[in-house]
Design a protein around this ligand. Structure first.
Ligand code: F3S
Length: 392
């Protein structure tokens, strides 16, 4: 793997131990995956921010990096953490967890990372351009920017994305290269309903059918919210990090897909995907906002709730979004908070809900996949309007 003189100097420790650690990690990944060298990046998005997921070991790693003088050199945003930074008591979070979580956020801030704490930075805080090389962690977000925007990133882990952010470079392999961005399978999507939930089901069904690869869709034209749900579901049900949609995504027109295998996904496959995720009847918590709610989704929920009353006080409701979107939608927030808190910075999967609830309802296929494994939950999986009917 070729390194310039400057890159070699970083590896030799001439720019301090923080940058050296970062270079060691990026070059190790490059060697494993056969990179020819490093490529400059324009931004990074970092995961590994919840105290629940990284624990004291991750906290120590961040402390060591920060103490070594590590600073990010490109605009970098942070994924959701284990709690709302200011409203964590409403989530039943204890003082010990809160103190550790705030330290983690502070360490990222010390390294120059924007403390956005959202999995949808592409809605405003961090928006790559088509063709940009970036280093993004968070499977739903990186799939969205790869596919819907045409930026280029691998499926980075938290430490790899942070190392790349410090260097302003990542190893040039995988989805940074033209040859790996070609479609591998055609998905003939039929009879789609015009709803975000149906795109979540489509993503779940495709992830279950093909696992990985680069799906090329025919028959759909997703908007931003639909693409967000589709990306999240395919990344969770399978390991899809890039997809194309005919006549819709920026790179789709480049490819001739005539020789590829076709997989039809219609209402029957989507129904099967829905049934797979349903493992409970009545929830204790209804959590909406995976990935984080967009302004349009916030307003749609507010319209849905207008004039209704929450009758079931025993069932909690959390709405999850970014601080920026929450601030943009004061009227929607007012309507929604008659039912439950609109939480920023966090989500139902990275918050420590396993000590609080056993049955959670969600409209998200991604959350439906992770709630059982990462939060020990049984899941009620359905459309937002149907889930909210339970409490009216
Ligand atoms: Fe975002 Fe949490 Fe879902 S990080 S994509 S809301 S699991």
């Amino acid at each position: 793997m070729y390194l310039t003189k400057d890159e070699q100097a970083v590896l030799d420790g001439e720019k301090g131990p923080g940058a050296q650690k970062a270079m060691e990690l990026v070059t190790a990944l490059g060697k494993i995956y056969g990179a020819d060298g490093l490529v400059p990046i324009t931004s990074a998005h970092l995961s590994g921010a919840s105290y629940k997921t990284i624990g004291d070991g991750g906290l120590k790693y961040l402390e060591d990096l920060a103490a070594g003088g590590a600073k990010v050199t490109v605009p970098s945003t942070l994924n959701p953490v284990g709690m709302d930074r200011t409203r964590w008591r409403e989530m039943h979070i204890n003082e010990h967890f809160a103190e550790k979580q705030l330290r983690i956020i502070g360490l990222y801030g010390q390294m120059g990372v924007q403390e956005t704490c959202s999995c949808t930075p592409y809605l405003g805080a961090n928006v790559p351009k088509c063709g940009d090389h970036v280093a993004w962690a968070e499977s739903s977000a990186l799939s969205f920017v790869n596919s819907y925007i045409g930026a280029r990133t691998n499926r980075e882990g938290g430490p790899g994305a942070l190392a790349a952010a410090i260097l302003g470079k990542t190893a040039n392999y995988g989805l940074h290269l033209d040859r790996n961005r070609r479609p591998t399978v055609v998905i003939d999507a039929s009879e789609m309903e015009d709803s975000v939930f149906d795109y979540s089901l489509l993503g779940q069904a495709v992830g279950m059918a093909v696992g990985g690869g680069v799906p090329y869709f025919t028959g759909i034209r997703p908007g931003v919210d639909e693409a967000k749900a589709l990306s999240a579901a395919m990344a969770a049900a399978g390991s899809v990090a890039l997809w194309h949609a005919e006549g819709c995504t920026p790179e789709a027109a480049k490819y001739d897909v005539s020789g590829l295998e076709h997989v039809p996904i219609g209402p029957a496959e989507r129904q099967k995907a829905k049934e797979k995720l349903n493992t409970a009847d009545e929830p204790q918590l209804i959590a909406i906002g995976c990935p984080h709610l967009s302004p349009k989704e916030m307003n749609d929920i507010a319209v849905l709730l207008k004039g209704k009353e929450k009758k079931r006080k025993d069932i909690e409701i959390w709405f999850c979004t970014s601080a920026a979107v929450r601030a943009q939608c004061p009227d929607a927030v007012k309507e929604m908070e008659r039912f439950g808190p609109v939480l920023a910075d966090t989500c139902m999967v990275v918050a420590p809900i396993e000590g609080m609830f056993q049955r959670t309802a969600t409209n998200s296929a991604k959350a439906g996949n992770y709630l059982p494994t990462l939060c020990s939950q049984k899941v009620v999986f359905g459309e937002t309007a149907d889930l909210l009917k339970v409490v009216e």
